[in-house]
Ligand binder design. Structure first.
Ligand code: ZN
Length: 142
């Protein structure tokens, strides 16, 4: 278990230090949603481009703690080329993994599995979930 925790910590720090898909596009085909978490100072904006029911691109921008910023990067990688339906299903599974200790974990979350430990730290739940909630908003708006 200790090795797994190390691996998870590495995934989080890697995405924090080298964020993928960072920076917003000036392109009207993207749908934008922003969520702030005042208790930690996190401020995340997610931009999504969906076409024919498929997520083509996810961008993110913002500032905050390592959990928040890295989870936006992990999200942007995981969601590319998913159908909108599957993407919303993954968001649900991710939120359940973090909020509900009794839920079965969906292994298809891949790198996002790194955040499962957050459920033991209620104060960090918002940090780990706002990017994913903002992403779901962009899909529901779009
Ligand atoms: Zn935070």
């Amino acid at each position: 278990m200790h090795q797994l925790e190390n691996l998870y910590r590495q995934i989080i720090m890697d995405h924090y230090k080298n964020p993928r898909n960072k920076g917003l596009k000036e392109d009207e085909s993207y749908v934008t949603a922003r969520i702030k978490n005042p208790s930690c100072g996190d401020d995340v904006t997610i931009q999504t481009k969906a076409e024919d029911g498929v997520v083509k691109d996810v961008r993110h921008e913002g500032s905050g703690c390592s959990i928040c910023c890295s989870s936006a990067s992990v999200l942007s990688v995981r969601m590319k080329n998913q159908t909108v339906e599957d993407a919303l299903g993954l968001v649900d599974d991710y939120l359940k993994m973090i909020i509900d200790k009794n839920t079965a974990i969906n292994e298809q979350l891949d790198d996002a599995l790194a955040y499962q430990g957050v459920r033991d730290f209620p104060a960090r739940v918002k940090c780990a979930t706002i990017a994913w909630k903002a992403f779901a908003e962009t899909l529901k708006k779009g």
